[in-house]
Ligand binder design. Structure first.
Ligand code: AGP
Length: 610
């Protein structure tokens, strides 16, 4: 949710913090702040709104310090304003604390601290941490010990960092539930919520795990458990270039990521297709394949767009692998005391690999003995490391808050898993080869669809003033209707609903009139004839119809007001192709409305609190 970054070294930390915060801004942009310590002086600068505002203020102040921490906020406790912005301080103003997560027992801790005479300046849960740490500093505990003792009293999730003017040679960082990495440099070190914030300075990172605390100095880093036991940590080399996390000349990350899909989809299948054997090769599943193939049931769980991918996965696996599949919202699965056994395999899908709802559901399913698999994009992320096995989707960094290329790559990986299981469960070599050969053609078909960008921009102009939208699909493309509606909602703020097309006549058809745009996702498939009747039903009520269908399908031209034609493919892969025109439609409607599509209001890229 929030983004945190820190630097200790010999350079001026201020530009390093600002650059890092800019790269983390997709995690939250309600307010931003830095705390720096230089020759005993503690300087705090923070403001409501974007990092760019903070950068302007700092430029005027022309500050310099070899030690500093910075934060960009996604508000959970306390409205977005300067007072609630991080860093938070102790009453002497010489301790700075930044935090990503939620302190669940902050109210009771706050009451205790107020009794001890502490005054609170903000409405946040995080300020409790600053005063709690201070309560131990005032008993002459060193900073690392004071942080440890404070955290022993805390319930909740945190990725935090603290610096103290009386100990200007270190940063203390700790993690439980929220991601945190240490960046290892030469004569300098960094901390950050994710590698993108420090990639410009080092490719050597240490991933902190839950319950770990780090003491980071200019020359060194020590990692120990909150319970004080020292731990040896592996230093990972990151193979990601800065270009990958820049806009590459596009006006928005979202458009860049939409346009990258021929490559990202290719990367998701690269080295994983055995053409002659008509199957897939997924090294990350080798050790658990027998157990997966013999699962009594497969549960796929996720949130948001990843949950929509899970729904498509259900259609794929049940059609080809003939294993019963259930799809679960992670947040609901977590607290429903679900009936899960060791005969079940549970697949968790998460682009960021840090979504708290999904992580909590994973731990719940793990405690019930199921085989736990992860499908993630961010390498080294918590869900990937907590899973017993899994597959990275290799879509490359996804910075735009609205997920696009991760969705299509998740569908490719679900198809690869389906193929692998199905071939082990009797799918013929010929059928397997047909699926493999069609999958190989998908990137070129996406290139053809992306050529419709200008046409879709013109169409978007027609609908930018719409107040509502309805998206309808059947079978494999019902989840695409849900995804199209989500894309529009989250970046254009237009109310939109996705529905199974046949469900429409059981209620939503009452919404249809000439002001209700209806998007039909209608490629050829098992339910094509049925969806043509649904289109007729909407026409009869005067709805304005946009239909996404096959290039050779003239029938749709007669029925719909606007058609977006995609290359034909087998039904299993139609969601990969039909979702892309809907990504572009949402993008252009939001841009037409002058909205910030990369950082839509109230949202964050990875939701690290439940
Ligand atoms: C999608 O555009 C949204 N950003 C959101 O729904 C997202 O899919 C959801 O938060 C899950 O994120 P994850 O895949 O990183 O777990």
């Amino acid at each position: 949710m929030c983004g945190i970054v820190g630097y200790i070294g010999t350079k001026n930390s201020v530009p390093i913090l600002i650059d890092g915060l800019k790269r983390l801004e997709y995690r939250g942009y309600d307010s931003a702040g830095v705390g720096i310590i230089n020759s005993g002086e503690s300087i705090l600068v923070k403001n409501k709104g974007k990092v760019s505002l903070l950068e302007e203020r700092l430029a005027d102040l022309n500050l310099s310090s070899p030690l500093g921490i910075g934060h960009t906020r996604w508000a959970t406790h306390g409205i977005p304003n300067e007072q609630n912005a991080h860093p938070h301080t102790n009453q002497d103003g010489n301790l700075f604390v930044i935090h990503n997560g939620i302190i669940e027992n902050f109210q009771s801790l706050k009451r205790g601290l107020i009794k001890l005479g502490y005054n609170f300046k903000s409405d946040t849960d995080t300020e409790v941490l600053a005063h709690l740490i201070d309560s131990f500093l005032s008993k002459d505990y060193p900073l690392s010990k004071a942080v440890q003792m404070a955290l022993n009293e805390v319930d909740g999730a945190y990725g935090l960092a603290a610096i103290y003017a009386k100990e200007p040679d270190k940063i203390i960082a700790a993690r439980k539930g929220s991601p945190l990495v240490i960046g290892v440099g030469e004569g300098e070190n960094f901390i950050a919520s994710d590698v993108s914030a420090i990639l410009a300075h080092t490719k050597k990172v240490i991933y902190l795990d839950d319950g770990e605390l780090a003491i980071i100095t200019r020359e060194n880093h020590t990692v120990k458990t909150i319970a004080d036991k020292e731990i040896e940590k592996e230093i990972h080399e990151i193979n990601m270039s800065l270009d990958e996390i820049d806009k590459g000349g596009y006006p928005h990350f979202m458009l860049k990521e939409i346009m990258e899909q021929p490559e990202s989809v290719s990367n998701s299948m690269r080295g994983r297709l055995l053409v002659d054997e008509g199957t897939a090769k997924l090294g990350g599943l080798t050790d658990v394949l027998d157990r997966l193939v013999n699962s009594k049931r497969i549960i796929i769980s996720a949130c948001g767009t990843s949950w929509h991918a899970a729904l498509v996965g259900e259609y794929m696996m049940e059609q080809y692998a003939r294993i019963p599949v259930e799809v679960e919202y992670a947040s609901e699965l977590r607290y429903r005391n679900p009936i899960i056994t060791g005969d079940d395999s549970v697949i968790f899908i998460s682009q960021s690999g840090e979504t708290a709802d999904t992580l909590a559901a994973l731990k719940e399913a793990k405690s019930k003995g199921a085989l736990i698999l992860g499908i993630c994009n961010v390498v080294g992320s918590t869900i990937a490391r907590e899973s017993q096995a899994g597959v990275y989707i290799h879509a490359g960094p996804e910075i735009g808050v609205a997920s696009t290329k991760a969705f299509t790559s998740q569908l490719v990986v679900l198809a690869l898993i389906t193929l692998l299981i199905s071939r082990r469960k009797g799918m013929s070599l010929a059928d397997g080869k047909a699926v493999v050969e069609e999958l190989i053609k998908i990137p070129d078909k996406i290139k053809l669809i992306l050529k419709m960008n200008d046409e879709i921009e013109r169409l978007a102009n027609e609908f930018k003033d719409a107040k509502n939208f309805l998206y309808l699909g059947r079978g494999y493309n019902f989840p695409v209707a849900l995804e199209g509606a989500l894309k529009l909602k989250e970046i254009s703020y237009i109310h939109a609903e996705g529905y199974p097309a046949a469900e429409m006549k059981h209620g939503p058809i009452a919404l249809i009139d000439e002001d209700m745009p209806v998007v039909f996702v209608a490629p050829k498939g098992a339910t094509y004839d049925k969806i043509l009747s649904n289109i007729e039903e909407v026409r009869a009520r005067g709805g304005r119809i946009i239909a996404v269908g096959d290039e050779k399908d003239d029938e749709l031209d007669n029925l719909a007001d606007y058609t977006l034609k995609i290359p034909e493919t087998i039904e299993m892969f139609t969601p990969i192709l039909t979702s892309i025109p809907l990504q572009l439609l949402a993008y252009h409607i939001a841009v037409n409305k002058g909205l910030n599509v990369d950082q839509p209001r109230n949202l964050a890229k990875s939701v690290t609190v439940e």
